[in-house]
Ligand binder design. Structure first.
Ligand SMILES: Cc1ncc(COP(=O)(O)O)c(C=O)c1O
Length: 446
């Protein structure tokens, strides 16, 4: 005891001193961490993050995007007239203003004990597919009439349609082929396809470029068909006519806010995503409608090995969002809220009309022209209003449209990333009002 009594006060001074040092060190570390966290928060909420899985854009974009977000922070929420306008990515933040009006009908609360198991429905081909989500997917397709869902085809859920695209490549490639299967898509193709296809240097498949001119002989190939197309907005069909080809239809934009719904799509593999249909890119949920059960099983296997399923929380949230859309269209409106696709179409119409007006008045650019078509969902003839403007610089002496616009602090994506010329750029039409307005103002004054 005596030793202890004597020892204790002696020991107490040393720990107090050491504790003080530790406290100071920990304070310093926390401050550094906080600073890092704040910085990370900025970057992750900025357009600096590679939103379309296009690694090559990350370095290119980081600096201007951070600059852009810093400007916004300095001036509160308002942009200054010389802010960088970043329309490189297809980040669908435009739809936020709609979801702010919906409130409870689009809100879910998940108690701590829920969604704990890996499994959802072990009898389903896709064992991690939440039934509630699958039901709402089918319901929405029946409402819109944009894809067949009632003929026994399987639903495979993915962490965004980017994961499903890879799952489809895996599922469609022969495992014992002498060489990797060629993956093609007609130019201008979605700029992520080459990078995602070749990212892991698979022995199963490889990017082979433009589908136009690809020989339709008897060797296997996979054709990616994006309709409406990213970047140019046109409706597309498969073009390679080989005997051993498979197709993957990426229908991310086949929704009434962008285009007329002319028929119930009925392809072997159809990919959809909440990123572009509802605007919830951050939820990371996509789904595939797959005719052949064996293919659906192989896609499921890919996701099992890749991420052991797909977040149930996200699936439940997605189910709630899809339900809110379907309820809004199927039930009488009692609270004055607009219906989602009507809102989307109104917004896109307004933006495209204003953009066309500016392009006409400057005479320096051109845009694709689309033929109106009869939309089965809207019950009338509607115009095409793509999620991206495929803008062409028509000025003499301007070859590189992306660099030209960048020199005026407008960030876009060059045609070269889509397999075509640099006179074209892709411009996102889905950003927030204030950014889009500034873009038009800047374009009008070039
Ligand atoms: C044609 C197309 N497919 C897929 C995606 C990616 O979708 P997700 O966010 O579901 O991975 C995009 C995103 O821009 C796209 O344009």
């Amino acid at each position: 005891m005596a030793d202890l009594e004597h020892g204790f006060p002696k020991m107490a001074k040393a720990p107090r001193f050491i504790m003080g040092l530790i406290f100071l060190a920990s304070l310093a570390l926390n401050l550094i961490d906080l600073e890092r966290h704040l910085h990370r928060t900025d970057v992750s909420t900025s357009k600096g993050v590679c939103l379309e899985a296009e690694a090559e854009h990350l370095n290119h974009m980081a600096a201007p995007a951070e600059h852009h977000i810093r400007e916004r922070r300095i001036s509160g929420s308002a942009l200054s007239s010389d802010s960088v306008v970043n329309l490189d990515h297809g980040d669908p933040t435009m739809f936020e203003s709609f979801w702010r009006t919906v409130g409870e009908r689009s809100t879910i609360v998940i108690p701590g004990w829920k969604t704990m198991s890996y499994f959802s429905d072990v009898r389903s081909v896709c064992w991690f597919l939440e039934t509630e989500f699958a039901n709402e997917v089918r319901r929405l397709h029946r409402l819109v009439g944009n894809a067949k869902v009632d003929d026994g085809r399987s639903i495979v859920v993915g962490t965004g349609s980017t994961q499903l695209f890879q799952a489809a490549l895996y599922a469609l490639s022969p495992l014992d082929g002498p060489e990797p299967v060629n993956v093609v898509s007609a130019v201008p193709y979605y700029s992520s396809y080459p990078a995602v296809t070749d990212f892991l240097k698979s022995r199963l498949y490889k990017w082979a470029g433009d589908a136009c001119g690809f020989p339709g002989d008897d060797s296997p190939y996979i054709e990616l068909v994006t309709s409406p197309n990213n970047p140019d907005g046109f409706t597309r069909k498969a073009i390679v006519n080989g005997t051993c080809g498979k197709t993957v239809h990426d229908l991310a934009y086949y929704w009434p806010q962008y285009t007329a719904i002319t028929e119930e799509a009925d392809h072997d593999i159809m990919l959809f995503t909440v990123s572009k249909s509802t605007g919830h890119a951050g939820m990371r949920i996509g789904w595939a409608l797959v005719k052949d059960e064996e293919v659906a099983k192989r896609m499921t296997k890919f996701i099992e090995l890749n991420t052991i399923g797909v977040s149930k929380d996200s699936q439940l949230r997605a189910a709630r969002i899809l339900k809110a859309i379907s309820d809004g269209h199927e039930w009488p409106v009692t609270d004055g809220t607009e219906r989602f696709f009507e809102y989307g179409r109104r917004m896109m119409t307004d933006r495209w009309e204003r953009l066309r007006e500016v392009v006409r008045s400057t005479g320096r650019f051109s845009l694709p022209e689309f033929t109106p078509a009869s939309c089965k969902f809207a019950g009338e003839t509607t115009e095409t209003h793509p999620a991206f403007a495929w803008l062409k610089c028509e000025m003499e002496g301007v070859e590189d449209c992306e660099s030209y616009l960048k020199s005026h602090k407008i960030l876009t994506r060059s045609g070269k990333h889509f397999g075509v010329d640099i006179k074209h750029v892709r411009v996102s039409m889905l950003d927030k009002d204030e950014i889009f307005d500034l873009f038009l103002e800047r374009l009008a004054n070039l």
